[in-house]
Design a protein around this ligand. Sequence first.
Ligand code: GDP
Length: 202
Amino acid sequence: MQHPLYQKATYLKSAPNLSHCPEDIGYEVAFAGRSNAGKSSALNVLTSQKSLARTSKTPGRTQMINFFQLDEQRSLVDLPGYGFAKVNVNVKKLWEAGLAEYIEKRDALKGLVLMMDGRHPLQPLDVMMLDWTKEIGLPVHVLLTKADKLSKNQASQALFGLQKTLKQDYPHASAQLFSSLNKQGLDQAWLKLDEWMAFERG
Ligand code: GDP
């Protein structure tokens, strides 16, 4: 399975902060999540490329805003994973100020895909990301990753539980199950990206 837009992703550039980003036009969707949540694997599967996200993991780029261009109007943006930090650390402070500024001020940024390990969703830093994006009005779509590691029952419980919380407290966010291993949820994720990218699949 391939998608005519995302399969075209090619590395464009890495920026340490907002002022070094490409011109602020068109449509961008950014990807974030705790380290190890499966962000790189998801990016590779969404773009049908084996090692696209490895680019963002090369020395010097791990703390940067990494742009992958799709066409003249559109990009995917890989943000630094936010690590295993202490509970009382503000997620905005985990990232360099330049990254927080990108999230808050980038006009082209239409939505944030937030990766959470399906076995441990809503960790404290994930909740902070949801609070922050709600405050600034940035739409979020949660991928509950590694769904292949859950039984059907566990997976639907995890999704249902999360959706209940989102409906109550985070109406700017939606969620789905996802597996990079067996590609569960791939088409659903593409549909959300298409919506944010204002892209119509023929
Ligand atoms: P990142 O740090 O968020 O970019 O996470 P990675 O994509 O590097 O994945 C972290 C670990 O989880 C790696 O060992 C992956 O092979 C594994 N992983 C990622 N996605 C999946 C998945 O959908 N299913 C399974 N079973 N393992 C996964």
